[in-house]
Design a protein around this ligand. Structure first.
Ligand SMILES: C[S@@+](CC[C@H](N)C(=O)[O-])C[C@H]1O[C@@H](n2cnc3c(N)ncnc32)[C@H](O)[C@@H]1O
Length: 277
């Protein structure tokens, strides 16, 4: 079981800001007057919310968007239920306090709030109940380390440079396959939980399809390099180092597109690729 410390950094904020226009567009589509009827209630959830100031950032954008869209259309706002998900070890104490403050704040639309602890690689919500899922920076986390590597004692980042470059394609493929399995499952599960016409807005760290660099380079190669030097100098135990895998993967935009199309439950309205700045 893994859980992250609070994300308060500039990077988290920047990533979440980039999702703002996409969340706003999703809300407009959900509330669109071309739909048969204006929704009377709306359930929205952030998957992998973490804790700290960013935990409510995405759902706050959604609430604000609902509020201003309804004002514009002169419609009464729907009753909104806000649900926050993360792994059970997340610090939900602080999250709950912020959720209560959100409900008490001047947001007439928010009627109920709640937390949904559990893995987003499992069912989390009842069928056909959710209108909008948001997730930022969380789907890089795999459900587990690729078993092909652990079963065959293949280190993710071999200390020996020759062995490392020989095994690299196998290691990358094992991670890519695990991501494909996990992300496909994630899509299947969320599709069951969404209302017809429901929306999902997600962001994750990855690489451009035309970037031929190692699939790990963005994610954890830097600290794997440092650990491998420490292991080769005997500072940390080599056997421990060899069995250390980080269940994180950064897909390319093309990989994501392929997986989404192959799974088939969702169509892509918009996909944006940003460089880390
Ligand atoms: C980098 S943080 C992102 C936090 C926040 N969304 C943000 O953008 O600042 C990743 C979060 O995903 C959560 N996470 C990882 N795997 C998960 C899973 N299988 N189910 C639910 N949450 C998960 C972690 O516990 C962590 O809180």
């Amino acid at each position: 079981m893994v859980h992250m410390n609070q994300g308060q950094g500039e990077t988290s904020n920047a990533l979440q800001n980039r999702l703002k226009p996409l969340i706003e567009a999703a809300i407009v589509e959900l509330c669109s007057s071309t739909n048969t009827s204006f929704p009377e209630k709306m359930l929205i959830a952030d998957l992998g919310c973490s804790s700290g100031p960013n935990a409510l950032a995405l759902v706050s954008v959604a609430i604000e968007a609902i509020h201003s869209h309804c004002l514009q259309l002169q419609q009464p706002p729907p009753e909104v239920c806000v649900l926050l998900n993360d792994l059970p070890d997340n610090d939900f104490n602080t999250v709950v306090k912020s959720l209560v403050m959100l409900r008490q704040s001047n947001k007439p639309a928010v009627v109920t709030v709640g937390i949904t602890p559990g893995s987003f690689y499992e069912r989390l919500f009842t069928s056909g109940s959710m209108h909008l899922f948001c997730s930022s920076n969380s789907l890089n986390w795999l459900s587990k380390v690729p078993e092909d590597l652990t079963r065959n004692w293949i280190p993710a980042y071999d200390i020996d440079e020759h062995a490392r470059s020989e095994r690299l394609p196998m290691v990358l493929e094992a991670y890519a396959q695990q991501f494909r399995k996990d992300f496909t499952l994630f899509l299947e599960l969320r599709a069951k939980e969404l209302v017809p016409g429901g929306r999902m807005v997600v962001s994750l760290a990855g690489r451009r399809s035309d970037d031929r660099a190692s699939k790990f380079s963005h994610v954890w190669e830097v600290f794997a390099q440092i650990l491998s030097v420490m292991a080769s100098e005997g500072v940390i135990d080599k056997a421990k180092y060899d069995s250390f895998y980080v269940p994180v993967y950064g897909p390319s935009d093309e990989e994501l597109r392929e997986i989404i199309q192959a799974e088939g439950s969702f169509s892509i309205t918009e996909m944006r690729v940003h460089d880390f700045t």
